[in-house]
Write a protein that binds this ligand. Structure first.
Ligand code: PMP
Length: 406
């Protein structure tokens, strides 16, 4: 991958731009990734040549767009190795997918005093929908804690699961700490107690090869925009037998079989969960992003990004008074850190002056910050188009700005 890097970077037009008269160093990939030309071109091409509302159309354009959308669904199905396209639901992203499950699974399966387990390192979007469900139903939220390295205290999970536990919702990779969680083990433990598991893959699918059949997870969710695809796209995978039992989420066109004022019946999967005109052109472009990274090879991506992570960790540790937050043994290419005496947003503002885009704050994971008793971190997150030179320039810039901020 290292050898191909210049060629790969040319596929992403934004990487050639300048920010504050400096070449852009984009280290905010955990928030969103940049888009390859093929994704941008696909959107333009479909709006220029093939746009018409999908499904039930009898004219050429509608049929063309429908075929492309359903092919995109197949691409997503193969990408995560789901059994069938009925198990692949287009959503607007991870947040919507989790809300869908929390609502629909909740309507069907959760009652008063039931329990739901999440972890202490979840993104707000894998906490709040479950809290809302608990409020609606009088259910209880339980939390798997993590230790100061940022690793889940898995032995505590056994004590949390009981006959009232109805679902576990857990992230595969923490966006704030970079920790890669042992989800296969968690799923095994949960299934022994007949508890289904939802995996938040928002920070995982772009870095690690995911096989939902091998994992045996019951739900898997991710966002297109973190996977080099367009914003407003995402996938919910769910096991067919559970999705079939779940109540619909939103009502409207396409999700119905028959409507009358006396009684409405619902469409089959996956359409039961896709009310209204979907974001079909962006979903078609998402499939192009999936094909793009599949061609690069997720194993190659993981290997290269791990090299970037290890190099950056080693170099950052040389900086005085810098402390990395999240030192789990298994990590993805996210580094959160604090610098003694420096407010993260001041560091972010000065780095921006040097063309370096990083993120500062709580990263929508306030419980993680509460664990460490801090207000926020500086977070650099890498993608396969980043380089070792960019890390050098980041470290050099940090060494320059830290004395200015003290
Ligand atoms: N879960 C995790 C782990 C995330 O990192 C994010 C995005 N930062 C989300 C969920 C929510 O994703 P989205 O905003 O794309 O819906």
């Amino acid at each position: 991958m290292k050898e191909q890097i210049e060629k790969i970077r040319k596929d992403f037009p934004i990487l050639g731009t300048q920010v504050n008269k400096k070449p852009l160093v984009y280290f905010d990939n955990a928030a969103t990734t940049q888009k390859p030309q093929i994704v941008i071109d696909t959107i333009t091409e479909y709006y220029s040549k093939y746009n018409a509302n999908i499904h039930r159309g009898i004219h050429f354009l509608s049929n063309f767009a429908t075929d492309a959308t359903e092919k995109a669904r197949e691409t997503a199905q193969k990408f995560i190795n789901a059994d069938s396209i009925e198990e692949i639901i287009f959503t607007s992203g991870t947040t919507e997918a989790i809300n869908l499950v929390a609502f629909s699974f909740g309507e069907t399966f959760i009652k008063k005093n039931d329990e739901i387990i999440v972890s202490e390192m979840e993104h707000h979007s894998n906490i709040v929908p479950w809290q809302m469900l608990c409020e609606r139903k009088g259910a209880i939220l339980r939390v798997i804690p993590f230790n100061d390295l940022g690793e889940l205290e898995l032995e505590k999970l056994h004590g949390l699961i009981n006959s009232k536990t109805k679902i576990i919702a857990i992230t595969q990779v923490s966006n704030a700490l970079g920790t890669i969680n042992p989800i296969k083990e968690i799923i095994k433990i949960a299934h022994k107690a007949n508890v289904p598991v939802l995996i938040d893959g928002a920070q995982a699918v772009q870095h690690i090869k995911v096989d939902v059949k091998e994992l045996d997870c019951d739900f898997y969710v991710f966002s297109g925009h973190k996977l080099y695809g367009p914003t407003g796209t995402g996938i919910l995978y769910g096991k067919k037998e559970i999705l079939e039992k779940m109540a619909p989420y939103k009502g409207g066109g396409e999700m119905i079989a028959k409507v009358s004022f006396e009684k409405t019946t619902y469409n089959s999967l996956p359409f039961k969960f896709e009310a209204g005109t979907p974001n079909y052109i962006d979903s078609i472009a998402l499939a192009k992003a999936i094909e793009y990274i599949t061609d690069l090879g997720l194993d190659n991506i993981y290997k290269y990004e791990t090299e970037l992570l290890e190099y950056a960790t080693k170099e950052l540790k040389k900086i005085n008074r810098l402390k990395i937050i999240g030192e789990a043994k298994h990590k993805s290419s996210v580094i959160s850190f604090i610098i003694d005496g420096v407010h993260p947003s001041d560091a972010g503002t000065l780095l921006d002056q040097m063309g370096i885009a990083i993120r500062t704050g709580t990263h929508c994971a306030e419980p993680v910050m509460q664990h460490f008793g801090i207000g926020g971190t500086i977070r650099a997150s890498f993608a396969f188009y980043n380089t070792f030179d960019e890390i050098d320039s980041f470290v050099k810039s940090l060494n320059y700005i830290i004395p200015l901020l003290k």
